[in-house]
Design a protein around this ligand. Structure first.
Ligand SMILES: [Zn+2]
Ligand SMILES: [Zn+2]
Length: 232
């Protein structure tokens, strides 16, 4: 019986490990690392998070957003990106940076620059390769939905789950930007307003759902204004 073809993620892992020692050594010295992540409900796209060793936790947040938080969003949030993810390149390289000179949260790259993925390789099979960058520091200070973000923040600020809340919020921001740039990759002609509208809706609804769930389990040391939140 023929062996099952290894999933793309596995093929990419082995490809990365099998490259010439010199290339890997230079990469290691430069502090460059790759972390792979896949959505739990589909084999592709495989997301390659290219990051620096100084901030390993940051790549971890992106990976967790893809591997776990995605599945915990309400079905209509995921449905809105179903077609986009289906048409996305099989391999999506995310260059996780601290910031961009232009101040943007992220960009879609027209040409793949991340060295191991810049040229076609057997390990990629038929999969196309796309690339984007995400500026982590910028995402952290970004108020995706100013009224909602500030309102939520003041609600959680006194609570013991503040840290958990902030991490969750950050992961949904990262996920919404990843989806936003993937949307640009799939439809390069789409208007920015349309692309942004969809990703902000994703973020808003994912957060609202999370807050609703959190509220159900929070101890009620939180003031009563919390209950007004859902009506915005
Ligand atoms: Zn820019
Ligand atoms: Zn955009």
């Amino acid at each position: 019986m023929p062996r099952e073809h290894p999933p793309l993620a596995q093929a990419v892992e082995s490809y990365l490990a099998s490259r010439p020692r010199a290339a890997r050594w230079l990469e290691w010295l430069a502090g460059r690392r790759y972390r792979l992540a896949t959505f739990p409900d589909r084999a592709q796209p495989v997301v390659v998070i290219a990051h620096r060793t100084r901030y390993p936790a940051r790549a971890g947040l992106v990976a967790r957003a893809i591997e776990q938080d995605w599945a915990e969003t309400p079905p209509h949030c995921r449905d809105a990106y179903e077609e986009i993810l289906q048409q996305a390149p099989g391999l999506v390289v995310v260059q996780l940076r601290r910031r961009n000179v232009c101040g943007c949260l992220g960009h879609r790259h027209v040409v793949v620059k991340e060295a191991p993925f810049a040229e076609a390789h057997d390990a990629f099979g038929d999969a196309a390769v796309g690339e984007m960058d995400i500026a982590f520091d910028r995402v952290e200070s970004w108020l995706a939905q100013p009224l909602l973000d500030i309102a939520l923040d003041t609600q959680f600020i006194a609570g013991s789950r503040r840290r958990e809340f902030h991490d969750q919020q950050m992961r949904f921001r990262l996920l919404s930007i990843l989806l936003h740039e993937t949307h640009h990759m799939v439809s390069p002609q789409a208007m920015e307003d349309v692309v942004r509208g969809r990703s902000l809706t994703f973020y808003r609804e994912a957060m609202a759902h999370y807050v609703e769930m959190a509220r159900a389990t929070l101890s009620f040391t939180i003031d009563r204004s919390f209950s007004r939140l859902g009506k915005e």
